[in-house]
Design a binder for this molecule. Structure first.
Ligand SMILES: Cc1ncc(COP(=O)(O)O)c(C=O)c1O
Length: 446
């Protein structure tokens, strides 16, 4: 069976069982039937197959349209296939796609980032958020001459060895344990994991590891737990204590970047880290990441300094051009006021719907991304609370929404996160609220 033609999607020309057939076929060649582990949708029991996406919408193999509340795991903030981004990519195609040379566009994008991202005095590009975080940590280890990395429970920095650990709860040890097969536990000896939003636990960990910690890395808004903002003063506390201890503070803004303010969480909360990493929304779906930070730190990167960083696809042109177009669109006057207005209305109304229907659920969002927690109404402030969410209720909610054309992704065993884009106008959000109300009432009846 043919699913795609050269021009795009064969929407509406495949059988109703197309997804099941394609998944069966996929399992013959793709390991586990998927390209990436988290693409497997635990509630569908298979991946979601899309034929195309446009603005706020996704289309499946049968041509059914979904209002997308995943938006490529947060990589698309302007809306799918934004015309300015498409035009930028066309320019890159005409310029030869990849020459592995520097261009004026790289300089222009770096200049813009230095203007809009508070900590950015110098910039380097990378391909993925994971790679950017690895480079930031390498840099911090070099400049401090220390090895240890302090992270926060549940914060996600990519699927690479230094980050693939979880706190060793209940083992009587504070050495983290691997969260994946194939990861040597020796990496855990360089890692300290403390709870988010707990300044006393943070201070105790710094005291225990005084003089050993090279970097503190965090998601300044813990979106990989849905959405757990920092408690008032928590980021400032991290800033002050790391400065006192000569530790490099890294904000992983791969998800929070551009989400609630052009300068990301660091602008929104007024706390400037030493380094930050960006990816996802930066290039509207093209693979591009950035490491930004203080010039005196960044100038240790090769060739000026001894810290290795390079790569065939580093700063690939299509991503750089897409990022320039993205930033230009995000810099239009009023964008973040409008985004904030839509977000506040959507979260308030969705919460009222759950409350009126008598469904124990909490929606917690900041900017264009949010978490849905079932089984509770109180604010979620810790990772432990986020993972304790009622998965059975979440599953019924997500399946009810999918049936009615709202797409929510789900992440196996994780709280996950959802979000919308600037292409989700008031009409889209009203439609989503109507569907959420129908599903909430149905859950209440059951
Ligand atoms: C906060 C955060 N950091 C890092 C990463 C890894 O980025 P990538 O998937 O581009 O490697 C992610 C991906 O979801 C993320 O959410």
């Amino acid at each position: 069976m043919k699913y795609l033609d050269g021009m795009g999607a064969l929407v509406g020309q495949v059988s109703p069982t197309a997804a099941g057939q394609l998944y069966a076929e996929a399992r013959q060649s793709l390991a586990g039937g998927v390209t990436a582990g988290l693409r497997w949708h635990p509630y569908l029991g298979r991946p979601f197959y899309a034929t195309r996406a446009e603005g706020p919408y996704l289309y499946d193999l049968e041509g059914k349209r979904y209002l997308d509340f995943n938006m490529a795991n947060g990589a698309v903030l302007l809306g799918h296939g934004h015309p300015a981004v498409n035009r930028a990519v066309q320019l890159g195609l005409a310029a030869g796609i990849l020459t592995a040379s520097e261009t004026e566009h790289h300089v222009s994008l770096a200049t813009t980032l230095c203007r809009v991202i508070p900590c950015a005095e110098r910039v380097r590009f990378a391909v993925t958020g994971t790679e950017a975080n690895l480079v930031a940590v390498r840099l911090a280890r070099h400049v401090t001459g220390r090895r240890k990395l302090l992270t926060f429970a549940g914060h996600f920095h990519g699927l690479a060895e230094p980050f693939l650990f979880r706190a060793a709860e209940g083992t009587g040890s504070d050495v983290p344990v691997p969260a994946s097969g194939g990861v040597p536990d020796t990496y855990g000896q360089d890692l300290v994991i403390v709870p988010w939003n707990d300044p006393d636990a943070f201070d105790r960990a710094l005291a225990r590891h005084r003089g050993e910690v090279a970097a503190v890395i965090c998601e300044p808004v813990h979106y990989n737990a849905g959405c757990i903002p920092p408690l008032p003063g928590f980021l400032a506390h991290l800033r002050q204590r790391t400065q006192e201890e000569g530790i490099v503070l890294i904000f992983d803004e791969v998800l929070s970047g551009f989400r609630m303010a052009l300068g990301g969480a660091q602008e929104f909360y007024g706390v400037t880290p030493d380094l930050c990493t960006l990816a996802k929304a930066l290039a509207s779906g093209l693979p591009l990441a950035a490491i930004c930070g203080r010039a005196d730190l960044m100038e240790h990167l090769s060739p000026a300094g001894p810290v290795a960083h390079s790569g065939t696809y580093t700063g690939q042109l299509l991503g750089v051009l897409a990022a320039r177009a993205t930033l230009e669109a995000l810099e239009s006057p009023g964008v973040y006021v409008e985004l904030g207005r839509r977000a506040a209305r959507f979260y308030d109304e969705a919460q009222s719907i759950f409350d009126r229907a008598g469904i124990p659920a909490r929606i917690q969002g900041l900017g264009a991304r949010f978490g849905l927690y079932f089984g509770r109404r109180e604010p979620v402030v810790t990772w432990a609370e986020a993972v304790a969410s009622d998965e059975a209720l979440h599953r019924r909610f997500v399946l009810g929404c999918l049936k009615r054309g709202l797409y929510f992704h789900a992440y196996l065993g994780l709280p996950g996160h959802a979000g919308f884009s600037l292409a989700h106008d008031d009409d889209c959000l009203d439609h989503a609220l109507n569907v959420i109300e129908t599903v909430a009432r149905e859950l209440a009846r059951q």
